[in-house]
Ligand binder design. Structure first.
Ligand code: ADQ
Length: 489
């Protein structure tokens, strides 16, 4: 492999995440088609130029036969991807069970659905065992491909056991772990039956990273209160071994969005959208259809706004683009029907024969369509009930240098700590407050819009995904060198 500019790579980087950045579709016994899948981590790491990055992860499909596995491994190698093959039972227990049914809601402060509570308590041990087993399977693949000097960067709540599995095999390996979700208050983490095992496993890493200082602080508190370890300004100390803990707020490849706005196909799309929504202010929501994103709350707040502001009823439209995820999980199916029902009711109530106030799409948009939509938007509504960071808010700001639209942003998204000063910050649970924020945004004088946008645009331009990744990896290298020096002293 060579760098695009011909210079040598600084180092090899093994990025380990539950999912590979590509989706695989089987075309025949030994042929596969691959497509890059969208998402925050993918776009962040695509921009990393200094390191020779390889991905290790699950391809999202069950491949029980050897012919299929060999062919997929070969196809993925061309994309610098290395697969971990997980069978259906493991996926059910580890991914759907422990990761998505237990850790995901817990880390976002959302309780389990009432009817699932007891069932989950009963199946907890088997799901946790599958989680540990799956993490060991990821570790086996890393060990097979690891070369001395490589940096191993483990991602997210799916792989909290991985640092320990890796260090048990090779204590010299440089291992970092980064969490993309919030890390909850230690009082929440305490309720997990496997609370201590998970913390110890993460602490095996050399460097542990979070999006915000608050999440890092929660993690350190959990280690001191639950494990009785010592928290220091640097991290957590366990019998003389320091695990460094710090905040590394992620960003986006902002130039990619800014450049896209000049492309003819995007310009054409922008014109079509402007024509389509002429005379109306455009409000936009772009989310994965997940309970953490607060989509029903957002739509109810919009209804309240329409109720209280008759003047705006035929002058504003809300476009809600919600890409379905985890569609086989009943809780997500319920959320989809709930959203459809609320949208239908509001459109019935406030729509006319020629126009409806809400356009709701259950699908993903391609990159160019998304950029065009961001560019024509007057107000973006990000109302996550909890969100590690939220990159949609960054993408919107990057595409708004002409229009200088307003961002309404939940105070429970990590992004509120970086874009909060330029946005209108809201508590998404309080629909009266969100409705008032919509009114404020629509009436905001242009000088104020400009000032708020400047603040946010500057942040998004200077805190990029590339910088995030490079800072994390450099810090990991430094941490390991410092630890070696300490041992020698
Ligand atoms: P997500 O929960 O997926 O990420 P977010 O950070 O907003 O949330 O990233 C979503 C990505 O998917 C964005 O790049 C967005 O453009 C894209 N996307 C969403 N809906 C789409 C649609 N309908 N069509 C096309 N693209 C769509 C997790 C955490 C976040 C954290 C990121 C990165 O939950 O809190 O910010 O990881 O760490």
């Amino acid at each position: 492999y060579e760098r695009e500019d011909g210079k040598p790579f600084r180092q090899r980087l093994l990025v380990v995440a539950n999912r590979l950045p590509v989706s695989a579709v089987r075309k025949g016994e030994d042929s596969w088609s691959l497509e890059i899948s969208a998402g925050g981590l993918v776009s962040a790491l695509l921009g990393v130029k200094e390191f020779e990055a390889r991905w290790i992860g699950w391809a999202g499909v069950n491949v029980p036969d050897e012919i299929g596995q060999k062919a997929l491994t070969k196809a993925l190698a061309e994309k610098r991807c290395i697969p971990v093959f997980l069978d259906e039972e493991i996926v059910h227990q580890y991914y759907n069970g422990y990761c998505n049914n237990i850790l995901w809601p817990l880390f976002h402060y959302l309780g389990l659905p009432q009817e699932d509570r007891l069932a989950t308590t009963r199946s907890f041990q088997s799901q946790f065992a599958a989680y540990q087993k799956a993490n060991q399977m990821f570790a086996d693949v890393v060990n097979e491909h690891y070369e001395e000097g490589d940096v191993v960067w483990c991602h997210d709540y799916h792989l909290m056991f991985l640092p320990q599995c890796l260090k048990n095999h090779n204590s010299k390996m440089k291992v970092g772990w980064f969490l993309h979700t919030p890390f909850p208050s230690s009082e929440i983490h305490r309720t997990l039956p496997s609370r201590s095992e998970l913390l110890h496993a993460v602490l095996a890493a050399d460097l542990v990273g979070f999006h915000t200082y608050d999440y890092a602080r929660h993690f350190v508190s959990a280690c001191t209160r639950i494990l009785g370890l010592e928290g220091t300004p640097e991290g957590v100390e366990d019998q003389g071994k320091l695990t460094r803990v710090a905040a590394f707020p992620i960003g986006i490849d902002s130039d990619r969005f800014i450049r896209a706005l000049d492309l003819p196909q995007v310009q054409e799309h922008i014109k079509e959208l402007q024509e389509r929504f002429k005379g109306r202010k455009v409000m936009l929501g772009v989310d994965r259809l997940d309970m953490i994103k607060g989509i029903p709350q957002k739509i109810l707040a919009f209804e309240k706004f329409l109720e209280e502001n008759a003047y705006w009823r035929d002058k504003v439209v809300l476009l809600q683009i919600a890409v379905p995820t985890r569609t086989d999980v009943p809780e997500y199916q319920k959320l989809t029907s709930q959203v459809h029902e609320i949208v239908g009711r509001i459109n019935g109530r406030f729509g006319s024969l020629t126009a409806v106030p809400i356009h709701h799409l259950d699908r993903s948009l391609d990159f160019h369509a998304l950029c065009a939509l961001y560019a024509v938007t007057d107000i973006a509504l990000v109302t996550s009930l909890r969100d590690g960071m939220n990159l949609v808010s960054y993408e919107f700001v990057a595409c708004q240098d002409k229009k200088k639209g307003v961002l309404i942003l939940s105070e429970f998204a990590g992004a509120a700590q970086s874009l909060g000063a330029g946005a209108i910050r809201v508590n998404p649970w309080n629909i009266t407050e969100v409705a008032a924020a919509i009114a404020k945004a629509l009436n905001m004088p242009s000088a104020e819009r400009e000032k708020r946008h400047r603040h946010n645009f500057h942040h998004v331009k200077t805190h990029t995904a590339q910088e995030w990744a490079e800072t994390f990896v450099s810090e990991l290298n430094d941490t390991v060198v410092e630890a070696q020096l300490r041992t020698k002293q």
